[in-house]
Design a binder for this molecule. Structure first.
Ligand SMILES: [Zn+2]
Length: 288
């Protein structure tokens, strides 16, 4: 056998083998999904006169404005909405809406309107999860009655129980979800089963507060931190808001999530951090 023939045969065998492998992969192996995407939406803005309520002195930070984002996670196996933003009805009012306590809120466009840039409606969303049930996180919740709610057991008891307002919840915003499909969680939950979209318990701000780990291929691993911290200064000073459900639980969650971030080499996105938010590209742009 000449060297050329031998090489030719080897090449043919290699081709045959790779063709077999390709066929096998198509038929037997699970589909490898590597197109995890994160879309960011502008779900409002909150303006404060003071940060004292957040366990900070006014000299600790100059920040007086909070961003309110919503996020859509698109995975080969389904779509997850994370956070519902400020109440959708605020979008019908021009400019800031101020309350007696000196807190002002504004929402320029509803999340539902913004989903249209992706040609999506709430019916296209398989799962919804909120870091917690305060009004700046469930404002569009009522539109997602056809999605399956992912909620921690402790948050469910508080938000759907008879004393919801004691936890500073506004049940009118999410009453529509009372009969919606629901999956009650007791801690960590791997949403799509491949470790790339994982809900982590971080109670304290509310009884069942949770955060979301995303293993993005190019952006890198991140954690959407809910209200674990409201400000960068909160993280620096381990400041616990006065209105948190449980101070010790809050501190323990901060410690646990910080260890997780360190172990996974993940970046924390403080959701209300307006400086971070203003640096992000909104949908239809995405992070992958
Ligand atoms: Zn919040």
């Amino acid at each position: 056998m000449t060297a050329a023939l031998r090489l030719g045969l080897l090449g043919a065998m290699a081709l045959l083998l790779s063709a077999c492998a390709a066929i096998e992969r198509r038929t037997d192996d699970p589909v490898v999904v590597d197109d995890l995407r994160l879309y960011v939406f502008d779900c409002g803005r909150i303006r404060l006169r003071s940060v004292n309520l957040f366990g900070l002195a006014d000299s600790d930070t100059e920040v007086r404005e909070l961003a309110v984002p919503c996020y859509l996670i698109e995975h080969g196996a389904g779509r997850l909405l994370w956070e519902g933003g400020l109440p959708s009805e605020l979008a019908g009012i021009d400019g800031w809406v101020e309350d007696r306590g000196g807190l002002a809120q504004r929402l320029d466009r509803t999340l539902i309107d913004q989903l249209e840039v992706l040609s999506l409606t709430p019916e296209d969303i398989d799962w919804v999860a909120f870091s917690h049930f305060h009004n700046d996180h469930v404002g569009a919740a009522a539109a997602f009655v056809g999605s399956t709610l992912l909620i921690q057991r402790a948050e469910q008891l508080a938000a759907f129980g008879p004393e919801a307002t004691q936890y500073f919840f506004d049940p009118d915003l999410y009453a529509a979800l009372a009969d919606a499909p629901r999956r009650v969680l007791d801690g960590r939950h791997d949403v799509f089963g491949d470790g790339r979209v994982v809900i982590l318990p971080a109670p304290g701000h509310t009884p069942g507060h949770q955060v979301l780990f995303l293993d993005l291929a190019h952006t890198g691993p991140i954690v959407l931190g809910g209200d674990l911290y409201h400000f960068r200064a909160s993280r620096r000073l381990r400041a616990v808001p006065q209105f948190n459900h449980d101070r010790e639980m809050s501190l323990a969650s901060m410690d646990r999530i910080e260890v997780f971030l360190e172990q996974r080499g993940a970046t924390l996105w403080i959701e209300h951090d307006a400086e971070l938010f203003d640096s992000l590209d909104l949908a239809p742009a995405f992070y992958d």
